[in-house]
Design a protein. Structure first.
Length: 241
């Protein structure tokens, strides 16, 4: 099957004041694939997502959508089909589950479309349907994470950028969340980028992976090769063999 290039970060350098967070990073995401971004803390994983979204400005390099360079502006990216779920399960706690989902539909032209989109995500996340009138702040951590992902789906994106969806969740719930991510991918054939430090769970769903260290891509491989090899251990444990 021919892979269609969807989104690309080309030769990207990002500086936060005097701190160089990324240097010469190349990342490509094809239509419909699941890509993992892995690497130790501070490696630059979140910055890759922020650079793609225009939240972190590039001092060098560019962002390309379908091969066309664009100036990413955070508020326009949803309309361009790029949805972002930042780290930390950011739900509107005092609003209901339903109201949180409605907010995900702000780029849709009319309310009927929003309603339809909410019904569709309810079929993937029945627990959210059950709890639609509850305040989001009362949901469990795993349910809040599901809500942030469901909300991002309302705009019917081509690619979903997820920053550490497993953070702070128990292994059982992590497994559930990853199974749902696979389900979304299967049902909608959208591309998914997952930033993750929990290697085993992400490699079980991803098809391809990048490993970052100190702001650079140090490995790019199929998930299968990474599962079977020992390069990951070397990057994470910083040992040489
Ligand atoms: N807003 C910021 N201001 C200054 N430095 C930052 C900022 N955000 C991230 N950094 C630094 O950039 C580097 C990469 O950070 P980040 O992309 O968050 O890493 P990761 O997500 O892999 O843990 C780290 O050294 C971090 O301290
Ligand atoms: Mg991060």
């Amino acid at each position: 099957m021919k892979q269609e290039l969807l989104l690309e970060l080309r030769d990207a350098t990002v500086d936060y004041g005097g701190i160089r967070a990324l240097e010469g990073v190349n990342i490509r995401i094809d239509e419909g694939e699941i890509v993992a971004l892995m690497g130790p803390n501070g490696a630059g994983k979140s910055t890759v997502l922020k650079a793609l979204l225009g939240i972190a400005p590039l001092s060098k390099g560019g962002v390309y959508l379908h091969g066309q360079e664009l100036t990413p502006r955070a508020h326009e990216m949803v309309a361009r089909g790029i949805a972002y779920v930042p780290q930390g399960r950011q739900v509107f706690k005092s609003l209901t589950v339903f109201e949180n989902l409605e907010l995900g539909g702000y780029v849709l032209p009319n309310r009927a479309d929003v309603r339809g989109a909410i019904e569709e995500v309810f079929s993937i996340f029945p627990i959210l349907k059950e709890k639609r009138h509850e305040r989001a702040g009362l949901l469990s951590g795993g349910q809040q994470q599901m809500l942030t992902i469901a909300r991002a789906l309302i705009s019917d994106p081509r690619v979903l950028l997820l920053d550490e969806p497993s953070l702070g969740l128990s292994p059982k719930i992590v497994k559930e969340v990853f199974t749902l991510i696979q389900e979304i991918h299967r049902l909608r054939s959208i591309a998914v980028v997952i930033v993750e430090h929990s290697i085993a769970s992400v490699l079980s769903v991803a098809e391809r992976a990048y490993v970052l260290a100190y702001g650079k891509v140090v490995l790019e491989k199929s998930a299968e090769e990474l599962r079977d090899g020992d390069e990951l251990k070397r990057v994470f444990l910083r040992t040489k063999s």
